[in-house]
Ligand binder design. Structure first.
Ligand code: ADP
Ligand code: MG
Length: 154
């Protein structure tokens, strides 16, 4: 589904998603620079109970954060030149390690995304709102649950 949201509503979506997520879930964040991917993950991490500061892992591609309800594995694949390079930082292991995997610039590794994942697309709308698209790729049952959980009517 698609809608235009205020930053407040976007923050609420991040909180709800943190609470909705189960171990081994994957959230693919797709959107241009400045649309709010990192901010979204900060809000989500806080709701998970992670106290560490969240910064984009631009140079090392992945950062782990423990101490929350689920471990958070935060990828930023912006600088990858070949999608397959993501395996060099242990991508495969992170996918099945009992944590929540969140990937900034996930479109760059679209060919390597798992069969099921939550896709959040962010588009610039104006200075204080964004257009978003939310889907649970590959699992329509959980998509229904997600939309119900976050209060989206489809
Ligand atoms: P990205 O990681 O997609 O490049 P950021 O998360 O760094 O984007 O956000 C860029 C800027 O957009 C922030 O510095 C802030 O000004 C604004 N912004 C994005 N999301 C929010 C939000 N949820 N609440 C308030 N401001 C936001
Ligand atoms: Mg960012």
């Amino acid at each position: 589904m698609e809608k235009t949201v205020s930053f407040e509503e976007l923050d609420k979506l991040a909180v709800d998603l943190a609470d909705f997520s189960k171990e081994n879930d994957v959230i693919a964040l797709i959107g241009d620079l400045g649309t709010g991917k990192t901010t979204f993950i900060k809000t989500l991490a806080k709701e998970l109970g992670i106290e560490e500061n969240i910064k984009s892992p631009t140079f090392n591609y992945v950062l782990e954060h423990h101490g929350g309800r689920l471990p958070l594995y935060h990828f930023d694949v912006y600088r990858l030149t070949d999608p397959e390079e993501v395996y060099e930082v242990g991508y495969e292991d992170y996918l099945n390690n009992g944590g929540l995997v969140v990937i900034e610039w996930a479109d760059i590794i679209e060919s390597e995304l798992p069969k099921e994942y939550i896709e959040i697309k962010l588009y610039y709308h104006d200075d204080d709102s964004r257009k978003i698209s939310v889907e649970f790729i590959g699992n329509s049952e959980r998509e229904r649950e997600l939309f119900e959980y976050v209060g989206f009517s489809n």
